[in-house]
Design a protein around this ligand. Structure first.
Ligand code: IMP
Length: 482
């Protein structure tokens, strides 16, 4: 019997639950840590609901403090974080989810890659949704943040046409933008707003033109995607520069040295919410190729992006978000626990499992404990936010993978497609509950008892404390452990 099967015995046969509410302490009181700050990371393969969790936490701190910092440190226009506030439902990409909240300072950090035109489109979308002339939150963009441009998107598209390159990419030019950093020639936000900006952008265009020409294409004739509206042509050098020029004046007021700012806020003990993008299972060190992303998806990225102003290990809460009853996945990876039956369609429809940025239908898979426990370990996760507790059907038990076998032998998870293609998942079937009933719960104690058992099983299996539960997309549908 392995660890997960042992936990199953404890919870389902011996009736061992966890303490439902903490008696006195909130998770934000750790003495040795910064008590009012939290980092939230994707615990599986992305799209777990980080946007709504961080939005919620920002709102929570804003009730207690006059100001909250909401920081994003990785990824770019590939992320899609959906936030619902009252009647407003908006998919955010590069902006932090706190952008809708007055008294919040949203910082776009040094290790993101930002697409200027898409960023402006997103700012406009927020203004339209909130029916305001000014963003509700204060926006700060790090001057040293690298840019991701149409050239990167075009280059990625060309690479994708070869069997060896960029398979699994979202097409937002994320990997080429990060590659520019490694090649030591990134264009940065500061370059965009500088008075002599055009020289560097010209040189950049010419480099990508030469690379793309070498692969048999004409950069000016390639189409690239935009967050808003249809694909556009990259155009010739003049058109490219003209497009860039249009973004400079709008973005300039937001650009500054945010490292100094974060240092100041850290000293002032201003609460901070860190919203990581993508997920541990998409990190190039721990994900399955080719569906991995170029940015640092771990908590450590907070330290490097803030240049040591914020030590993630000092934060009271380091929480991973995972979908409680299933996992979703986009891209080419072949998951051992992929669902191929009607249940996948039902979940996709009920949970709206389509890419927030790309609109792609997502694959749906059973919960895979060998994979999740691997990701919790490499990610040094300390708390769990479990979302989608409303996605459970009384007529269908919840199947959970508790072990992998190859030729009858138990094997541990490895992020390697060749290995994953060989494994046979071993499942347990657990009692489900009425998802609609869970969606009505006002406190954790109101949840159906089988949901509570399941939460105990999951958190004990992963050996991580529960921190927050969600039973639907609305703010009122989150249940806190304090
Ligand atoms: P890229 O870095 O945008 O090119 O994406 C690389 C891989 O990460 C692809 O398989 C994407 O599907 C995946 N990915 C990137 N961003 C997200 C996200 O926000 N949610 C889920 N998957 C993502």
């Amino acid at each position: 019997m392995n660890h997960f099967q042992h936990v199953y015995q404890q919870v389902y046969k011996e009736g061992e639950l966890f303490q439902i509410t903490r008696k006195s302490k909130t998770p934000f009181t750790k003495k040795s840590r910064r008590s009012n700050s939290v980092a939230v990371i994707g615990g599986a393969l992305g799209d777990e609901g980080k946007g709504r969790v961080t939005d919620e936490l920002t709102a929570y701190f804003l009730k207690k403090y006059p100001q909250v910092i909401h920081y994003r440190d990785n990824g770019g226009a590939n992320a899609g974080h959906t936030v619902e506030i009252g009647e407003i439902r908006i998919a955010l990409h590069q902006l932090g989810s706190g952008i809708m909240q007055p008294n919040c300072v949203v910082v776009l950090g040094k290790e993101m890659v930002l697409h200027p035109t898409d960023l402006i489109a997103e700012i406009k979308a927020v203004l339209k949704a909130t029916k305001t002339k000014q963003l509700p939150a204060t926006l700060k963009i790090e001057e040293l943040t690298a840019l991701s441009l149409d050239t990167h998107r075009a280059f990625e598209a060309v690479l994708k046409m070869r069997s060896t390159g960029s398979q699994g990419a979202t097409g937002r030019g994320i990997a080429p933008a990060y590659a520019d950093i490694i090649y030591r020639h990134p264009l940065k936000m500061r370059d965009l707003i500088a008075s002599d900006w055009s020289k560097k952008f010209k040189a950049h265009y010419q480099l990508y033109q030469a690379w793309i020409k070498g692969m048999g294409f004409d950069l000016s004739q390639l189409e690239v995607p935009r967050l808003a509206g249809p694909n556009v042509l990259v155009g010739n050098e003049t058109q490219f520069l003209k497009n860039i020029a249009k973004t400079r004046a709008t973005l300039k007021p937001f650009v500054q040295n945010t490292s100094a700012l974060m240092n100041k806020y850290w000293q002032q003990t201003t609460p901070m919410v860190f919203e990581k993008a993508q997920a541990l299972g998409l990190d190039k060190r721990w994900g399955v190729y080719p569906d991995v992303t170029a940015s640092n998806c771990s908590f450590d990225g907070i330290w490097s992006a803030t240049e040591g102003s914020v030590d993630p290990n000092q934060l009271a809460v380091k929480a991973a978000v995972i979908k409680a009853t299933y996992t979703s996945s986009v891209g080419a990876r072949r998951l051992p626990t992929l669902m191929t039956n009607q249940l996948a369609h039902r979940i996709r429809k009920d949970a709206n499992e389509y890419g927030a940025t790309t609109k792609r239908p997502r694959d749906i898979a059973y919960i895979d404990l060998p994979m999740l426990s691997y990701l919790m370990k490499v990610g040094r996760v300390e708390h769990l936010a479990l979302t989608h507790l409303d996605i459970s059907y009384l007529d269908t038990p919840i199947k959970v993978c508790v072990a992998y076998e190859i030729d009858g032998q138990k094997v541990d998870y490895r992020p390697d497609q060749k290995f994953l293609d060989q494994v046979k998942p071993i499942y347990l079937e657990l009692p489900s509950w009425d998802g609609a009933q869970a969606a009505q719960a006002k406190t954790i104690k109101d949840l159906p008892s089988d949901a509570l058992k399941y939460i105990a099983f999951l958190t004990k299996s992963l050996q991580i404390k529960p921190f927050m539960l969600t039973t639907g997309p609305k703010r009122s549908q989150s249940l806190l452990y304090w």
